[in-house]
Ligand binder design. Structure first.
Ligand code: ANZ
Ligand code: ZN
Length: 857
């Protein structure tokens, strides 16, 4: 039979959709039209689209096309998260300018996206590295500064002395810079901060209202924000040092105060500095701790080490007893007060520390069933022992009682502590949005006046020197102070790229507005109805975007607090991995898969099939979307990523799977082509509907209902399965020779086109054009409606007679088994009463019409 020619069809329909403006949408749609904003996390232009993108954008496109068919004005934009380090690395390694590298990658990736036939609003596209985007970001920052939401302050950072740059925690590997390999130092640097901690309570509380977010993501966010209730407790120093006469600690477990063994301060604590100033060994220890990096993880996993200062503190509940003060590498300066009281029996770190330095381990918590373990810390609930006035209380009651007493004796107070830190946004990088500030010796940090925005990145920079290229630029940073006119310096730091992705969804609603947002457009479209992206962004990106939305609300740029009403996190795309005899990873196309294993295509050599894992360059287990489109077409790729597994789960990309998807597309095409050629589309509805036609119609309408439900519920694999079933049912009906079926077959074929259009849009258009030449496109048609009467199983009414006289009726399915029909008839209440005490000698059954009982006596 005929073959579907995707190579001709796909570009044709893509051009046609654009020509007809099928996906165009106004910044402010007509009054009364419902709106739907579907957004996928925009890509970083790394070079090539990967299968994870294909899955992500296919999911979003199904939603966009479906909602459009349901009558919504749909916003479905695309752009590029285009600033970042890889572009700068390309410049250093290959001498290509970051802008050239970025825009050439964008061109490649845009072409692949367009070949996939996504219904995107290409007229809204922007890249965050364009001044027409980041200039507005500078304005947002200045407004936040004015509102007290952004400020400059000193903070401890990981400093790479060779690359002369600040490193993020993830860039410190075993205490060394990930690129330079230099031992990382901790350094105090003046940096810009966005005051996200101010919003911590609101950001936590609002999680409850995000009902269309995965529970898992909400939990991760809540943990990250990290509210903990506890106490600040003050311990008097027995002998004051450098004017410090007491130490304050933060604890979540004031109930365990009697289990104290030592007090420990962070290496950056002012008291540690005072001790180090007069004690060389202490100074050495503090310097060593600097190389550990600032990440909590590094600190958590490093060996616990300490230095005994020789100082001692008293205890608020135990007059006359004193404890040693240590400097410890596991105490963070940036959390709580930078000091802890060590309680080895209740905290694993303290336990390890006490063991190592031979400090006492008083036992103060008895677990509910048993005695304190003693050989490790126990951090669960229990009963307090050896704890003076707290003895016998459970840990929770003990916590409250301890706080009451601390407040009475003025030695501390209950507090709420947050794990969330303010967001340091300064980066010593070239390829980022310039921070719009000018430093003047007289006036300090002066905002760049609005009429001088955007502060545009200079293009003529050198990448052959260490540090930030903006620092080396001969002229760019030298400007006059906007306030007093004297010579001043531009801020050469640029923003963390997470800033760029924290408000792009708002800009998409009016990408050409002269201000960062147009309220009329933003108010109409936001919040995003459906956001789709990877779980790897569950914490930082989403939290920063939530914070930015609040900050933009405060500064009048938006009218809401929560940017994403619905969130869907899709699973990964996995693939088998392959290695040859030498252990070299091989790309799937270098491998010939056989039923009993695999061999190298070129040499025939043995290949070991490895685990099925996330597609990644290092494992070479990737499949390039462009190659798949070339070979099978966009619709096949789309259908396969939708069909294999529920969208939230990981899926395995297999050659067999893609080939299966391609076969299904061809089969569907041939079937619809057969219907189109048969004259069925001209057939009128018959007066008497034959059973086969009735069955076909019911299958069609049940499929409409179930596919609709599946698309509403993001269970796209179920929609795929239902469409397979309807295809099978239509194939059966096409083989059927009885008359009167044409109308039902044509309806089924048209419905298959419309229901599959969100997933295989090109094939759907081609098939629909065969069935109904010259009519509206699938992309322009409303979603089919299921007829409720056809959703229930068909029933027939059967007359129940006794000796030929009508005595009652029953309802059954038309093809109900005879013995079941007879049983139902006999059980009909009136019939049952009349049969009472009489013997049935014969049961006559005319299927679908009559049951007659012949009785004796
Ligand atoms: C005494 C204690 C006894 C503690 C016990 C725990 C168990 P979260 O829940 O994350 O807020 N801590 C406080 N400040 C610290 C810092 N700057 N660096 C490292 N650790 C610090 O953790 C709070 C607990 O972490 C506090 O409660 C404190 O140890 C420690 F059986 O105090 B706890
Ligand atoms: Zn000045």
């Amino acid at each position: 039979g005929a073959q579907y020619d995707f190579r001709a069809s796909e570009p044709h329909w893509q051009a046609e959709w654009t020509r007809r403006g099928c996906f165009d949408v106004e910044d402010v749609p007509p009054e009364g039209q419902p709106t739907y904003y579907v957004l996928e996390m925009f890509p970083y232009p790394s070079g090539q689209l990967h299968m994870g993108h294909v899955r992500n954008y296919t999911l979003g496109d199904v939603v966009a096309r479906y909602r459009r068919a349901r009558g919504y004005a749909v916003l479905h934009p695309m752009g590029w998260d285009a600033f970042g380090l890889p572009a700068e690395n390309a410049a250093r390694e290959r001498g290509v300018h970051p802008a050239a590298w970025t825009f050439s990658n964008i061109a490649t990736m845009r072409e692949t996206l367009q070949r996939l036939g996504f219904s995107l609003n290409w007229d809204r596209e922007f890249a965050t590295c364009e001044p027409r985007y980041y200039g507005h970001q500078q304005k947002l920052f200045l407004d936040m500064m004015a509102a007290g939401l952004a400020e400059r302050r000193e903070s401890w950072v990981n400093w790479d002395p060779v690359d002369q740059t600040v490193l993020a925690n993830e860039q410190v590997v075993d205490g060394r810079g990930w690129r330079s390999g230099a031992v990382v130092e901790k350094k105090q640097l003046s940096q810009w901060f966005l005051r996200i901690t101010r919003e911590a309570p609101a950001l936590l509380e609002a999680l409850d209202g995000l009902e269309r977010w995965p529970e898992r993501v909400r939990t991760m966010q809540a943990r990250w924000i990290g509210r903990s209730e506890g106490a600040r407790v003050r311990f008097p120093l027995m002998a004051p040092e450098a004017g410090i006469d007491r130490l304050e600690v933060f604890t979540t477990r004031p109930d365990t105060l009697f289990g104290m063994s030592f007090l420990a301060i962070a290496p950056e604590h002012p008291l540690a500095a005072a001790v180090a100033a007069r004690n060389e060994a202490a100074a050495g220890f503090v310097a060593e701790c600097r190389s550990l990096g600032t990440s909590e993880e590094a600190i958590e996993t490093a060996e616990k080490r300490g230095f005994d200062t020789g100082l001692r503190v008293g205890h608020p509940f135990m007059p006359g007893i004193s404890f040693p003060v240590w400097i410890a590498n596991f105490v963070l300066m940036e959390y709580g007060t930078g000091a802890i009281f060590g309680c080895p029996c209740g905290d694993a770190r303290d336990y390890e520390f006490a063991r190592k330095y031979d400090l006492p381990i008083p036992l103060v918590v008895a677990p509910p069933d048993g005695v304190p373990p003693g050989d490790r810390a126990y951090d669960g609930p229990g009963t307090l022992i050896g704890s003076g006035f707290l003895d016998g209380l459970d840990t929770e009651a003990g916590r409250r009682a301890a706080i009451v007493r601390l407040e009475e004796i003025d030695a501390g107070h209950g507090v709420v502590n947050w794990r969330l830190r303010d967001w340091g946004v300064s980066r010593q990088r070239y390829w980022g949005c310039p921070i719009p500030v000018i430093h003047c010796d007289t006036c300090g940090a002066v905002p760049v006046p609005d009429d001088q925005l955007p502060v545009v990145l200079p293009e003529d920079v050198r990448f052959d020197l260490p540090g930030n290229p903006l620092d080396h630029h001969p002229t760019w940073k030298h400007v006059d102070c906007p306030r007093c006119g004297s010579p001043a310096r531009r801020e050469t730091d640029t923003f963390d790229t997470f800033v760029d992705s924290s408000w792009y969804f708002a800009r998409f609603t009016a990408p050409n507005a002269a201000t960062p947002t147009s309220r009329a457009a933003a108010d109409r479209w936001l919040p995003v109805d459906q956001y789709v992206g990877g779980i790897e962004h569950a914490i930082l990106h989403l939290l920063y975007a939530r914070f930015f939305t609040r900050a933009m609300h405060r500064t009048g740029h938006l009218g809401l607090d929560e940017p994403f009403a619905g969130l869907f996190t899709q699973g990964m795309v996995n693939h088998e991995s392959y290695r040859d005899a030498d252990g070299t990873w091989l790309y799937p196309e270098e491998v010939e898969r056989r039923s009993n294993g695999a061999v190298r295509r070129d040499t025939g050599g043995a290949v070991t099939i490895g685990r099925v894992e996330k597609m990644s360059k290092s494992r070479r287990n990737t499949v390039a979307p462009s190659a798949i489109i070339e070979r099978y077409g966009a619709d096949t790729a789309r259908w396969f990523v939708l069909s294999d597994s529920p969208p939230e789960r990981d899926m395995e990309w297999t050659e067999a799977g893609v080939a299966g998807a391609a076969r299904f597309g061809q089969r569907l095409f041939r079937l619809v082509a057969t219907v189109a050629a048969s004259g069925d589309t001209q057939a009128a509805a018959p007066d008497i509907v034959p059973d086969a036609a009735d069955r076909m119609r019911r299958a069609t309408h049940r499929t409409i209902a179930s596919v609709t439900e599946a698309l509403d519920g993001f269970t796209f694999n179920v929609a795929v399965a239902r469409l397979h079933e309807l295809t099978n049912a239509l194939a059966d009906a096409v083989r059927e020779t009885a008359p009167g079926l044409g109308h039902a077959r044509a309806e089924a074929a048209r419905t298959l086109c419309l229901l599959s259009a969100p997933m295989m849009p090109h094939l759907a258009e081609t098939m629909l054009a065969l069935l109904e030449p010259g009519a509206a496109l699938a992309a322009e048609r409303p979603w089919p409606e299921a007829d409720p009467a056809l959703l229930v199983a068909r029933q027939v009414t059967i007359a129940v007679q006794i000796m030929g006289k009508l005595r009652g009726t029953i309802e059954t399915a038309p093809d109900e088994a005879a013995d079941r029909v007879l049983a139902l008839a006999e059980a009909e209440p009136n019939v049952q009463r009349l049969l009472e005490g009489r013997r049935i000698v014969k049961r006559i059954h005319v299927p679908g019409r009559i049951v007659n009982f012949v009785v004796a006596g």
